[in-house]
Design a protein around this ligand. Structure first.
Ligand SMILES: Cc1ncc(C[n+]2csc(CCOP(=O)(O)OP(=O)(O)O)c2C)c(N)n1
Ligand SMILES: [Mg+2]
Length: 549
């Protein structure tokens, strides 16, 4: 640092250096001083209608760009951000949460300030549980280091970090030379060597190896390295649900999305019968494991993530994920022939008659036919997510979904973040009527910014996912006239779709409209659902009724 930057300036400088060009949020008096600094910086502030919208947008942005940021006021704003932050933590999305806070000076004299909950630590304590690192910049002597510490942890673990910036600290500058030191991840070279030798021996011995790839491939920017590994080893590759699209789904060795008994049976057979399963960057959540129906034998498994590396039953300490990956690429492996991988057949529904009533079974093949290389599919939680698992994503990273934490409300705001992160992408948002009712009006922000997402609302008249687990009147919701959103926001295009032909025409019109958002309401029967939801719901229903462990 040349001239002493103020704490606020230093924070913005560091965010910029890490690739942040947009910060999402809603202002409030405790954060206005910092907002003024954002306006003076090359980073653009993007106002959202709610703080959770800002959090989801920052999450979508982070998944595309490598780091996202949301900035809000104290407690009323910050605590509104807890749910998206929890989601970003659970799904490994690197988001920096910045919250304003009351002045440090005078806290003892005026303990009853507005927005305060219990004491001055309440919000930070909450975020300490939801982030990989958190800090309150209350001391200029440590503030600069604290900013670096949080950013490094977020970079290292790809999980959110929390920075609380009291109002009277924004413009404080500490007159000393501060240099951000890049922290090197600890590597035990001998452990790495041994680990690679064992992994290579296991791969060389195996006759039917399979790679199972997860979301960390994407978070650590290893997509090209994965293609190289697949091409080098000729291992067929499947992804977890959260890892969907980390490899192009038209790659000849791509098997499909694995999800235990809830996924496609052919993919399950290939993964579970592998005599060496190389699991790269996957986390073993219930959804990834098909509600624990997965049968993955540790005796045949090599498991590597940024947090844990193991082969069979033993673990290796200080073997960084990236180094392991690069090491594997550099290791000489026994050459093997390309195995045949059955390519999924295009469903017959793709050829459905124009006049046929639209159903889940016909909707997804139609969507599939219209995906292009610049489409980013952003799915909310609901049957749209399960149906979307069968879409064929052409390039890598073009599928975003809260597939593990599963918070409704992710879709529309995350699409705004995704499009700002990469304006050459066109978001195709898939969202249920229930989830749209939660955060769909964030379209207001898309309208203001002139973004052009295509939002497909699967209107199945309530909470169909929950209906499949346990039916009841609590799953009913008011039927909105979704197309009226165009009148409400004064821009956009909307379509109401009942047949296959209407769906095709609506999609074509939406794709041709590049100037504003388009909303397509698809009218579906409340009990119509994708095959994946039928299988998953049956498993979850057994659990809800206490029939299995
Ligand atoms: C914020 C939040 N609240 C509640 C749930 C529980 N939940 C999971 S799916 C679902 C229903 C979703 O309804 P909708 O968006 O209409 O999609 P559908 O299941 O009907 O396709 C609910 C309530 C959740 N996942 N997230
Ligand atoms: Mg619904």
């Amino acid at each position: 640092m040349k001239k002493a930057l103020s704490i606020g300036q230093y924070l913005l400088d560091q965010l910029y250096r890490h690739g942040v060009r947009h910060i999402f949020g809603v202002p409030g008096d405790y954060v206005l001083g910092f907002y003024r600094l954002i306006e003076e910086s090359p980073i653009r502030h993007v106002g959202t209608t709610r703080e959770d919208g800002a959090g989801f947008a920052a999450d979508g942005y982070a998944r595309i760009k490598g780091l996202g940021a949301a900035c809000v006021t104290y407690c009323v704003g910050g605590l509104n951000l807890t749910n998206p932050t929890a989601g970003a933590y659970a799904e490994k999305s690197p988001v920096i949460i910045i919250s304003g806070a009351p002045d440090v000076k005078g806290r003892e004299r005026h303990p009853l300030l507005h927005h305060l909950v219990r004491d001055f630590r309440t919000q930070q304590d909450v975020f300490a549980q939801l982030t990989v690192a958190s800090t309150a910049l209350e001391d200029p002597l440590t503030a600069y280091h604290e900013i670096d510490r949080v950013l490094h942890a977020v970079e290292r673990y790809k999980r959110p970090g929390y920075i609380e910036l009291p109002r009277d600290m924004v413009d404080v500058a500490h007159a000393h030379e501060h240099q951000d030191r890049t922290l090197e991840e600890l590597t035990d070279e001998r452990a790495l060597e041994e680990c690679l030798a064992e992994a290579a021996a296991m791969l060389d011995r195996s006759r039917r190896p399979v790679i199972l790839a997860g979301e960390e491939i994407h978070r650590f920017g290893l997509q090209d390295a994965l293609v190289e590994l697949v091409d080098k080893t000729h291992c067929p590759v499947a992804t977890t649900i959260l890892g969907k699209s980390v490899i192009s789904e038209v790659h000849p060795l791509y098997l499909g999305v694995y999800g235990g008994a809830t996924g496609r049976p052919g993919v399950r057979r290939a993964v579970e019968s592998a005599d060496c399963l190389l699991m790269l960057g996957c986390f073993m959540s219930d959804i990834n494991l098909g509600v624990y129906t997965a049968r993955l034998d540790p005796a045949r498994t090599i498991y590597a993530t940024s947090e844990k590396t193991s082969i069979r039953w033993h673990y290796f300490e200080n073997v960084p994920f990236r180094r392991f990956f690069q090491g594997l690429l550099a290791t000489r492996l026994r050459p093997r022939r390309k195995p045949p991988v059955p390519q999924p057949k295009a469903p017959k529904a793709a050829r459905a008659r124009d006049g046929a009533r639209i159903t889940t079974a016909t909707l997804f093949p139609i969507l599939n036919a219209y995906l292009t290389d610049d489409t980013v599919v952003v799915s909310d939680v609901g049957d749209c997510l399960f149906g979307a698992l069968d879409l064929t994503i052409h390039r890598r990273t073009e599928f975003l979904a809260p597939a593990y934490y599963s918070s409704m409300g992710f879709g529309v705001p995350a699409a705004i973040g995704a499009q700002l992160a990469n304006p050459s992408l066109r978001p195709l948002v898939l969202v249920g009527d229930g989830a749209f009712a939660m955060t769909g009006l964030e379209l207001s922000t898309a309208a203001r910014l002139g973004l052009n997402p295509i939002v497909v609302v699967l209107n199945n008249h309530g909470y169909t996912t929950e209906r499949q687990i346990m039916d009841g009147p609590f799953n009913d919701i008011l039927n909105w006239d979704f197309t009226k959103v165009v009148d409400l926001l004064g821009t956009g295009q909307a379509f109401s779709v009942h047949t296959v032909g209407e769906m095709r025409r609506a999609l074509e019109a939406a794709l041709a409209n590049r100037d504003s958002f388009s909303l397509i309401e698809v009218s579906l029967d409340p009990y119509d659902m994708s095959p994946t939801l039928r299988r998953l719901g049956a498993e979850l229903g057994k659990r809800a009724a206490g029939k299995t462990g």
